[in-house]
Every structure is written in C-alpha cells, then in structure tokens.
Design a protein. Structure first.
Length: 418
C-alpha cells in the first residue's frame, strides 16, 4: 500500500476539521481573544456547511483508496479495442501515473490539492476557535494537531516497526502536518496583506535558493534529479530513511513552497467566507484566480520547471490554479445549484479521511475484495468480457467496502481527528 500512496501523489488524510461556516464578524475588543482575520460568512445560513470543501476532501482520498485502480483497470480493458477506445484508455492511464521528473499529470495533482483544501479548512475553523477560546488556546490546538499528525506519519513509515535509521522522518503526513502548522500560525497572526507577502516570499525565496545557491561539485541553477539544492540537502542532512534512497520528495527545503500551497487554500477560504461577494461572484473569482495562477505557473516554468518531486514554485502555482478551478466548479454545483446527492459519498469519505487512510494501509480494501471476487472469479470475468474486467471488479468491490465503512462512521458520528 505504501508504494501506491506514494504514487498517488503521496496522498493523506484530513487535518483540519470539516468546514462549517458560522458568523465570523470582528469582535470590538482590544484583547487577544479575537482572531486577526475573521470575515463575515457568505450568504449561506449560519450553521450550514460549505459542502463543496467536504466533498473535495473526500474526492481527494477516493483516488487513494481505490479510485486510481479503477482507472488503471479501464486502461487495461481498453487495450486491443478499436483505435479510439484504445487511445482514450492510454490517455487515462497516462494521467494516473507520475511523470518521471518534469511535467504534470492528474496524479501529480492529488497531493497539492489536499494541502490546498487543508488551507481552506483552516479559515473555516480557526476563527471560531479563537473567538471562543482565545489566541493562546488556538495556538496550542494547532501545535497539538500538527504534532499528533506528524507522529502518525512517523509511525506510518515504520516508526513503530523499524529501527533507526530505517524510519522515514519526513513523509506525506508529516508534510501535511508542517503545512497545516505554519499556515495556521500565519493565519492567526497576520492579516491578508501579511499572508500574501508570506506566500510570495516562500515562492520567490525558494526559487532564489534553488537558482542561485551553488550545489557542491555541480554549481547553481540545476533542477535535475540528485543535482539540485533540495536533493543535495536531503542526501546530506535529512536524518533517517529517504523515500528514494538518495532523495526524498517530501524533503526539508521543498516543504517551504508546500506551505505556500496551503496558503493558497487559505486565500480560497477567505474568499468563500467574505460576505462582500455573492456566491456567484465567489465562483467567478475562483475561476479567474485559477486561470491566472495557471498562466503564471506555466510562464514561470520556462525557467523554473514544474517538478513535483522538488515542489517547484511553478508547480505550486499550476496545482493551485487547478485546485481553484475545481473548487469553483464544485462550489457552483454543490453550494449554489444545490445538486448534492452525488457528492454524499465523498463527504462521508472526507469526514474520516485519516481513519480510511490508515485502514486501507492495515486492512487493504482491494486485498479484501480479492478474497471475494479474485482468483477464478476474476479470471472468469476476464475471459467472459475482456482482460482487466476482473481487476476492475476487485477495485469496485474494494471501494464499495470503503464507502460503506465511511457511511457507517459518518452516520454514527465516529470521527478520527487529530
């Protein structure tokens, strides 16, 4: 399962609570109990959920617990068909695999999308906590959540079963924990101009380090594998086990622009909670910002290529652009047009992302499905229909089990949150 999680853009589980919109008007106080950036909610009723955020989180996890396997199976089933079907299948298969180094596929989008959603959820949860308990309590809550998620990540990558140094100190969950920690602290203590400045400083500063700081025996300005500053620092100074032996896609230096990804989600959350805009205007802003980020990212990539493994600044903008576009579309469909029935399964999954993530690693939903419809059943389906049908069926059954568990947990209010 670990290799699938790593392939699936190193995807993880939710850190921020489910998004709820409540009045966040500024408190006319001079004490520290008021959050610095509370904004009034949009036109939705006070206690209504921003369901598109919940659904987007669940859609993200869906691809990790078996959705990717469905696409691989469809690609296999399309082989040896007519040219159009075969071509479509190949295109689907290409999007569900990482590029070797430079470039961008849907699979490269999954991890930054989750971090983006985490940033949006920060805005929808922390101001209420600050208003209720004060800034000191909010700082403690953020630190505790980040520490627990980081510890879960260390355990996930062998912290309880391996001996040091065969333990991966930085990984998917650890990166989410760090992004959540620093984005939350910035959000609590800075106003919007400060947040924009922090995001720009992270992106430009990372670009400057990667472009102008020379790598020993290589020089400055290299972005090739094992020949760039981020990989060199991980190889020489990151303790423990590295995911790719000589480098780690969730390494030390590349965490800086990942924090900027989370801040991009914060900006989206601020927009969704801004009462000055109508819901339709919010969609237009999200779509416009997404197009602008894509243009800026691809333009920047001419000098600083789009590379997920070192989380380049151009990669941040491209991923944030697609994230904003997807959020805008889902907000339009789910929260404005109120077409919600189709999104329920994603809300169930997103509400218990951490639990499903770990259950899939421990129990393996597709492994369980293999016991039911694998072996001769799978082989018979391949013979009866087309090669790949048995594999597709296994993934469908595995996903059905995962969705049924998610629905059970959701209906009985069983949530694993850090």
């Amino acid at each position: 399962m670990l290799d699938r999680v790593q392939r699936a853009s190193n995807e993880p589980a939710a850190i921020a609570p489910a998004a709820n919109v409540e009045p966040l008007a500024r408190k006319a106080k001079t004490d520290d109990s008021a959050p610095i950036i509370p904004l009034k909610p949009s036109h939705a009723p006070a206690n209504e959920r921003v369901m598109s955020i919940d659904a987007l989180r669940g859609l993200n996890i869906f691809w990790i617990i078996g959705g990717d396997g469905l696409m691989w199976s469809l690609e296999e089933m399309s082989r040896n068909k007519d040219s159009v079907v075969s071509t479509i299948g190949k295109q689907i298969g290409a999007q569900f695999g990482h590029v070797p180094w430079e470039g961008f596929t849907f699979y490269d989008f999954i991890f930054p999308l989750f971090i983006f959603v985490t940033g949006a959820s920060i805005v929808l949860s922390l101001p209420r906590l600050v208003e209720r308990d004060g800034k000191a309590a909010a700082h403690w809550r953020v630190l505790r959540r980040a520490a627990l998620l980081f510890a879960l990540g260390v355990i996930y990558y062998g912290g309880a079963s391996h001996l040091w140094p065969e333990i991966r100190l930085l990984g998917v969950l650890q990166r989410i924990a760090l992004c959540y920690l620093f984005a939350s602290l910035l959000f609590i203590n800075l106003r919007l101009p400060g947040l924009i400045a922090a995001c720009a400083a992270l992106l430009v500063g990372y670009w400057a380090l990667m472009t102008f700081v020379p790598v020993p025996d290589i020089g400055a300005g290299s972005f090739e594998p094992n020949a760039n500053l981020a990989d060199w620092l991980d190889a020489h100074y990151l303790p423990g086990s590295l995911w790719e032996q000589t480098r780690d896609p969730e390494g030390m230096l590349s965490t800086l622009p990942a924090i900027a990804t989370c801040l991009c989600g914060v900006f989206a959350g601020l927009l969704l909670t801004n009462a000055r805009f109508t819901p339709q205007q919010k969609v237009l802003w999200l779509l416009g910002a997404g197009i602008a980020a894509l243009a800026a990212g691809y333009l920047w990539s001419l000098q600083f290529p789009v590379i997920k493994s070192i989380w380049t600044s151009s990669y941040v903008l491209v991923a944030a652009g697609y994230s904003a576009l997807l959020l805008g579309v889902m907000y339009q469909i789910i929260d404005i047009w109120r077409l919600r029935a189709w999104a329920k399964i994603f809300v169930w999954i997103g509400a218990n992302a951490i639990m499903l993530y770990f259950l899939n690693d421990i129990a393996n939903f597709q492994g369980f499905a293999q016991r039911l419809v694998g072996g001769d059943v799978s082989a018979f389906l391949d013979w009866l229909v087309t090669p790949g049908t048995g594999r597709f069926t296994c993934y469908v059954v595995g996903l059905a089990v995962a969705i049924a568990l998610a629905r059970f947990f959701y209906r009985h209010k069983i949530f694993l949150r850090v």
